[in-house]
Write a protein that binds this ligand. Structure first.
Ligand code: AMP
Length: 420
């Protein structure tokens, strides 16, 4: 063995990133907006574990989906179980609803969640291996009004975050009654092209031909341009659902475009599919995607109740959003001598109990040095504490934006700062 200690990698693992304090403020603003908006629509937060049994995603997300075929973080734990870091949220929520029989509760089954997801994907701009999703799920509501309300809620969230220039795409992916005929038609078209489709599309043509439309390879896109549209294959029920969904979107004044090639990459979708994309072109422009999954719960061995939801990528959202962030206000306590340091620490405790952010240095510095620090840190106020101030229990409060200085006791200081 070498005497050299092993080198510790000082770099986050490929495809992951740190959210540093300056950026974390934006995340907090997004999280606060999510909570404020979604709870108005009767959604409640649900939190499930980061990992689940692998079969949950194999069965839920679907054995032919790209996520399951290529992207799962799967490992065997010390007990010999196959575990997967969740690549998406819907199967976890469906599992929790069944396990805890939440469907028996009188509350509407409307859930939201924010947290990390894991996909072993090729990292690139806007695409990470650990990324975060805002997720929404509704169970047991078959009415297309619910589909429209979900899209309207996403739109309201984006508006509340001042996201503009987005486009809403909608489609219907049919159901197990009408989709097989469309699958057969696509398979026939794909086989006529023989080997001109990329190997991935050739595989999809056999396993799940709808997925061919997800392909980003330009030649495949060109070759499949005149493949038939699913709209011409929908059964009466799916066609009616899609028409009513669109009518409710019109009612809400939501502008949308019907995108016949919008099929979503996951096996369980039925009927409604939608995406909201950022205005600019590019492969990573989907901010959110979702749809209806009427058979997932039944397929999981749960009750025969339908579901619908969407997932929004937080990193993608933050790339198009600029949350209004008020300037942080805080009080810098300057002191001279051990006694004043103790007084500063006590005062900080008092002010913080009044909800005022405070910063106290622990190392002795000259007064000039401390005022320089307060300036550099962009403190809103400073309080200067010396022997005289301690004796009188009155302190010099300086407003750093105006330079005004006044003498005040701690209650007056708290009142001035709180009133600002
Ligand atoms: P999906 O579950 O694939 O429909 O993804 C839903 C949303 O999550 C997308 O619209 C993106 O905003 C985001 N997303 C998906 N995969 C990634 C990734 N690898 N990195 C960052 N964001 C992602």
């Amino acid at each position: 063995m070498s005497d050299q200690p092993a080198k510790i990698p000082i770099q986050a693992v490929k495809g992951t990133k740190d959210i540093l304090p300056a950026e974390a403020r934006d995340w907090q603003a997004v999280e606060a907006a999510v909570k404020a908006v979604f709870e108005l629509y009767g959604y409640r937060e649900i939190r499930t574990p980061i990992f689940e049994a692998t079969e949950l995603f194999e069965k839920g997300t679907g054995e032919t989906s790209d996520i399951v075929v290529k992207e799962m973080y799967t490992f065997v734990d010390k007990g010999g179980r196959s575990i997967t870091l969740r690549p998406e949220y819907t199967p976890s929520v469906a599992r929790a609803v069944i396990e805890h029989r939440l469907y028996l509760e009188p509350r509407p089954l409307k859930f939201y969640f924010i947290g990390p997801m894991f996909r072993y994907d090729k990292p690139q701009k806007g695409r990470y291996r650990q990324f975060h999703q805002i997720d929404v799920e509704v169970f047991n509501e078959p009415d297309p009004g619910c589909d429209a309300e979900i899209v309207e809620m996403a739109d309201t969230l984006l508006s509340s975050l001042n996201v503009t220039g987005t486009e809403t795409l909608v489609n219907s992916v049919g159901c197990p009654k009408c989709r097989p005929a469309y699958h057969d038609e696509l398979k026939a078209h794909a086989s006529r092209l023989e080997r001109r489709l990329c190997p991935d599309c050739q595989r999809k043509a056999q396993t799940n031909p709808l997925r061919i439309f997800d392909c980003k390879v330009e030649s495949c896109r060109a070759l499949t341009r005149d493949f038939p549209n699913i709209a011409d294959y929908l059964c009466e029920e799916c066609r009616d659902h899609f028409a009513r969904f669109r009518a409710y979107l019109d009612l809400y004044g939501i502008k949308y475009r019907i995108e016949p090639r919008l099929v979503r990459g996951i096996d369980y979708y039925t009927k409604t599919a939608f995406e909201i994309i950022a205005g600019h072109e590019g492969a990573q422009n989907a901010i959110l995607g979702g749809g209806r999954y009427d058979n997932l719960m039944k397929d999981f061995g749960g009750p025969d109740i339908c579901g619908i939801g969407f997932a929004m990528g937080v990193e993608r959202l933050l790339s198009v959003v600029n949350p209004a962030r008020p300037k942080e206000k805080f009080l810098y306590l300057a002191w001279m001598g051990e006694e004043a340091k103790r007084a500063a620490m006590e005062l900080a405790r008092f002010f913080r109990a009044h909800g005022i952010e405070c910063l106290v240095e622990f190392r002795e510095r000259g007064l000039k040095n401390q005022m320089g620090r307060a300036n550099k840190l962009e403190a809103s106020w400073t309080v200067i504490i010396g022997e005289d101030e301690i004796r009188k229990a009155k302190y010099q409060l300086k407003d750093m934006s105006t330079g005004e200085q006044r003498e005040a006791d701690r209650d007056e200081i708290a009142a001035v700062i709180k009133g600002a």
